[in-house]
Design a protein around this ligand. Structure first.
Ligand code: 3H9
Length: 697
């Protein structure tokens, strides 16, 4: 029999067990093993009922994603499930862990389902740019109704066993002894000659669905999941379940599934699934590197960032003390954290008990001497090397040996910060993105002297606080902000050449960015960049007159962005809605004239290339210089830190889909017009010349 599927006889019941670690994915050998086992159970006369269970940590967690995009080995999952569905003896799926995707579809093809109360179920295909492709879209609505099925299928969320039982998805819940209970259940069904309950024989009750239900559902999703193809296709398939006979619905599902499987969006989302997991691996870190225990954390600075960081730890159940020098500032930070939890409680996102406990885990102090017992410190004070030095000297004085000292700096040199301590091996950067309690990225900046143990602890900690940690070396701006520079530079240049803020923003929004660069500037505050440029000028840096030219003029007019009610746009009192402002157009026209730049028509395509290609070029330099481990890490940084569209897979994946030769050609054209800011990265030239992709690295 198959190595991954075991067949045992337990009296009159056949126990079929899948064992394909780590998550019992439905790889080719499992599919073949299942078909053989079903056929044997059906043929053996002594067998009166069948239990399908899994070994290890979970019931089947889905199709084997690593097989996608390659020629599919027979039997395909729909064939396996057709065989299961046709069985003439009662079949019971025994669920533990997470029954996901093809795993849940397998369970839905059994006649009955029993689960541990700790189990969860879901159809997460939509998160991979797909839809459930083995009957899930046709069986689930028949079993639990169209509205509940639509919610599960289009969100991809997991439902706990209890909720699933209430929906009618699970027939019986047990606390423990799953296998024994499942066998008893199958025996009971056999003895009572229970009906062989097949979802396909059921009808979806559509009587309570309002007219236009599916059209409206799609409209809502198109807004919520802007640009994604799969959620809309999911709705179509559920509609087929309501309107077509089962077999025809299955055919439609298959058709749409294969279309999505071959789409760039799904390839991008599958790439990100593996990229996210790969990011956790630090290639040169020995597997068995020890980690340190982190049970108590301190955050220095209780500003917006500091308070957000404190919430991240508190949310993970880790007590945090925030330090400020003045009571007033400390109170502001504590109030902002505590009102965040009050809000979560009011909106029902957290139970009153959870919210109160989380708020109570965040405390404050005015004295460094209170930090003697903390295991980790994150400094989040003003971006000035002098101030950081003062903070780290204090930390070095008060923190216990073995405490990890980290900085949230986004611009300063982590090695220089570490150098003022007597323990640079315990220092690293932990760069959170604003709002820290929301954004999933954590750049883990590995200093020259950061120890393996400290780095491994930080990467583990990222997971604990629900972030995706990506390792970056120490370079100006690390991975994300270093790339952002070219993006911002070109956005400013495009304005001078005749593009308007709404035009640039719309093109980038339609490209899929969370927001365009001008809206982002207004949100972050234009004065931030202004101050940096002023400082650089004072230091004698050679800044081209075009760099930040429009933004600087706007700041000088008191237009600092949303906080002053005016920036690239104007904002009505209490509103965040950007309204185009003729005054800005005048400023742009005047600035262009002063700099001798003629306005011209600028195409949408040029806007995309001028903003996105510098990201790609800079990323190639970062890779070449060894500041990022791999292209997929860079994709993760831009997806989770900068709102790059998920369905484009990140800038590196996007570059691969465009073709590196095409990207390089455009970069060379811009180099001719705009000079060496557009100098192609040697790595990009090399890959393009060899006809390769970033994915080949
Ligand atoms: C589908 O089913 C399509 C069907 O409708 C139709 C077909 C015709 N395949 O996440 P973890 C690997 S689409 C291959 O770190 P956790 C993962 O890469 C599928 N590999 O563990 C990792 O490998 P490594 C629908 C998979 O405990 C290791 O397992 N299903 C798959 O934090 C451990 O994973 C899904 O989308 C897979 N399906 O979480 C479920 N799943 O160690 C996707 C995992 O080398 N999976 N791996 O890095 C998950 O959501 C989580 O992995 C799970 C466990 C919750 C199961």
């Amino acid at each position: 029999m198959s190595e991954t599927v075991k067949y045992e006889q337990q009296g009159n019941i056949a126990l079929i067990t899948v064992n394909n670690p780590p998550v019992n994915a439905l790889s080719a050998s499992v599919r073949q093993g299942l078909v053989d086992a079903f056929s044997r159970a059906d043929q053996e006369t002594a067998i009166e009922g069948v239990v399908l269970a899994c070994e290890g940590r979970t019931f089947i967690a889905g199709a084997d994603i690593s097989e996608f995009g390659k020629p599919m080995q027979s039997p395909a999952l729909p064939e396996v499930l057709a065989a299961l569905n046709a069985m003439q003896k009662p079949t019971v799926a025994a669920l533990h862990g997470t029954a996901l995707g093809g795993g849940l579809e397998t369970a839905l093809s059994c006649h009955y389902r029993i689960a541990l109360t700790s189990a969860a179920v879901g159809l997460p295909e939509v998160k991979l740019g797909l839809l459930p492709g083995s009957g899930g879209t046709q069986r689930l609505p028949r079993l639990i109704g169209a509205d509940k099925a639509l919610d599960l299928i289009t969100s991809g969320r997991k439902a706990k066993a209890e909720e699933a039982a209430k929906m009618g998805l699970i027939d019986r819940l047990v606390e423990d002894k799953l296998e024994t209970n499942a066998i008893a259940y199958a025996r009971e069904l056999a003895e009572s000659q229970a009906e062989l309950r097949r979802c396909q024989d059921m009808q979806v009750d559509t009587s309570s669905l309002p007219t236009g239900y599916f059209t409206d559902y799609k409209k809502g999703l198109a807004k919520k999941m802007r640009g994604f193809e799969a959620p809309l296709a999911c709705v179509d398939t559920v509609e087929y379940a309501c309107t077509l006979p089962f077999e025809q619905g299955l055919e439609k599902e298959r058709e749409l599934f294969l279309q999505l499987m071959n789409s760039t969006q799904s390839a991008a989302q599958r790439h990100l699934f593996f990229a996210e997991r790969k990011a956790a691996v630090v290639d040169d870190l020995p597997k068995k590197t020890a980690t340190r225990e982190i049970n108590k954390v301190a955050v220095i600075g209780a500003g917006t960032m500091g308070a957000g960081i404190a919430m991240c730890f508190s949310n993970a159940g880790i007590p945090v003390v925030m330090l400020e020098l003045k009571q007033e500032a400390l109170d502001r930070g504590l109030t902002s954290a505590h009102s965040y939890y009050a809000d979560r409680k009011a909106k029902g996102r957290m139970s009153p008990e959870q919210a109160d406990q989380a708020a109570a885990r965040i405390t404050g102090t005015l004295s460094y001497d209170d930090l003697g017992e903390v295991d980790l410190v994150i400094e989040a004070v003003f971006e000035s090397m002098d101030i950081k030095h003062q903070v780290f000297r204090e930390l070095d004085r008060v923190c216990k040996p073995g405490a990890i000292l980290s900085t949230n700096t986004s611009t300063l040199n982590v090695d220089e910060i570490a150098a003022v301590t007597k323990r640079p091996e315990d220092v690293l950067g932990l760069h959170f993105f604003s709002p820290a309690q929301v954004m999933r990225l954590l750049e883990v900046v590995r200093g020259e002297k950061t120890s393996d143990e400290v780095l491994a602890t930080a990467m583990q900690l990222a997971g604990r606080i629900s972030k995706v940690g990506v390792v970056s070396g120490v370079c100006d701006g690390f991975i994300g902000n270093r790339m952002l520079k070219g993006y911002s530079r070109e956005a400013g240049a495009l304005l001078l050449e005749g593009a308007t803020p709404p035009q640039i923003d719309k093109v980038m929004y339609d490209f899929g960015m969370a927001m365009g660069p001008m809206t982002m500037g207004d949100l972050a505050g234009l004065d931030v960049g202004y101050r940096v440029r002023q400082e650089r000028r004072q230091r004698g840096d050679d800044i081209p007159p075009t760099e930040g030219a429009v933004a600087d003029r706007l700041v000088e007019l008191g237009r600092c962005g949303q906080k002053t009610g005016k920036g690239y746009y104007r904002y009505e009192e209490g509103s965040r809605k950007p309204i185009p402002d003729p005054e800005v157009e005048e400023v742009i026209a005047k600035t262009s004239a002063e700099l001798g730049i003629q306005h011209r028509e600028i195409s949408d395509n040029e806007i995309i290339e001028r903003l996105i290609y510098p990201l790609i070029n800079e990323a190639a330099l970062i890779l070449e210089e060894g500041f990022a481990q791999r292209p997929s890490d860079i994709d993760i940084v831009w997806i989770y830190g900068y709102g790059f569209p998920v369905y484009r897979g990140g800038p590196m994946f996007y570059a691969d889909t465009v073709g590196l030769d095409k990207v390089l050609d455009s970069i060379k054209t811009y180099q001719k017009h705009y000079g060496d800011a557009w100098k192609p990265a040697p790595l990009l030239e090399k890959l393009a010349a060899e006809g390769k992709k970033f994915a080949d690295l």
